[in-house]
Design a protein around this ligand. Structure first.
Ligand SMILES: Nc1ncnc2c1ncn2[C@@H]1O[C@H](COP(=O)(O)OP(=O)(O)OP(=O)(O)O)[C@@H](O)[C@H]1O
Ligand SMILES: [Mg+2]
Length: 222
């Protein structure tokens, strides 16, 4: 089982949108998928109430019982698990990062978000430096802001996902009906970007090779 945590300091940068886009990408890839929703706002949990498909399962869980929830998901044959976290990345986000095979950090491409990244870097250290990368989300479809933001992130020493997620209405419209963009508008630009993000994430996970449930974990875990 692969575990991906989505964390960020800022609210509203797209953590849940990206968590659900990844989860739906894995569903379309024929995997058994679950989302653990550790956010008291329960955005992902409410999304699944509007949804008509069995997967992904969405499990609201307090971060304090994350390990138990992960074990239960493993026991139920889940192959791809996404952990959505609340804003103001704190101990809950650190626990999610500690237990994950990969950590995605969505940012919006402007300084208000970028200046929160050093704190995220510290949090990743506390979590044992899991494989992590920043995803530029809500980028304008014109102009250079996404590239400038990516350069800024690299200068801070954090890896940046080559797939940029642009500001596209399909993400919002999909969420309203319990879908992700890849289902709402298959083949559309938002869908293509979301699937590319899933593919990139899977490549990274496969490069790490070892997954939860196998004999040797990819890195030492607390
Ligand atoms: N790429 C995008 N294009 C258009 N709208 C987007 C995009 N990403 C996110 N949104 C919209 O931005 C809003 C906030 O997104 P989301 O709820 O995913 O953020 P969040 O980081 O999970 O927020 P919170 O910190 O409150 O949990 C939602 O209305 C969502 O539909
Ligand atoms: Mg959210």
């Amino acid at each position: 089982m692969y575990i991906v945590a989505v964390i960020a300091e800022k609210g509203g940068v797209g953590k849940t949108t990206i968590a659900l886009a990844l989860a739906v990408g894995a569903v379309l890839d024929k995997k058994r998928v679950a989302v653990i929703d550790t956010d008291p706002q329960a955005t992902a949990s409410k999304w699944t109430d509007r949804r008509e498909h069995e997967f992904p399962w969405v499990v609201p869980t307090h971060a304090a019982r994350l390990r138990t929830a992960i074990e239960q998901a493993k026991g139920q044959g889940i192959e791809f698990l996404v952990i959505d976290t609340p804003p103001h990345a704190g101990t809950d986000a650190a626990e999610a990062a500690r237990l994950a095979d990969a950590v995605l950090i969505p940012i919006e491409p402007h300084l208000f978000t970028l200046e929160t990244l050093p704190k995220l870097g510290d949090l990743l250290k506390i979590a044992g430096n899991p494989p992590a990368f920043v995803v530029v989300n809500k980028a304008a479809t014109q102009g250079k802001e996404a590239k400038q933001a990516a350069d800024h992130v690299r200068a801070l020493g954090l890896p940046v996902c080559p797939v940029i997620i642009h500001q596209r209405a399909a993400h919002r419209h999909a969420g309203n009906v319990g879908q992700a963009a890849a289902e709402f508008e298959p083949g559309g630009k938002a869908a293509q970007e979301a699937i590319s993000l899933y593919t990139y994430t899977m490549q990274l996970l496969n490069k790490g090779k070892k997954t939860h449930g196998q004999a040797k974990p990819a890195r030492a875990r607390a």
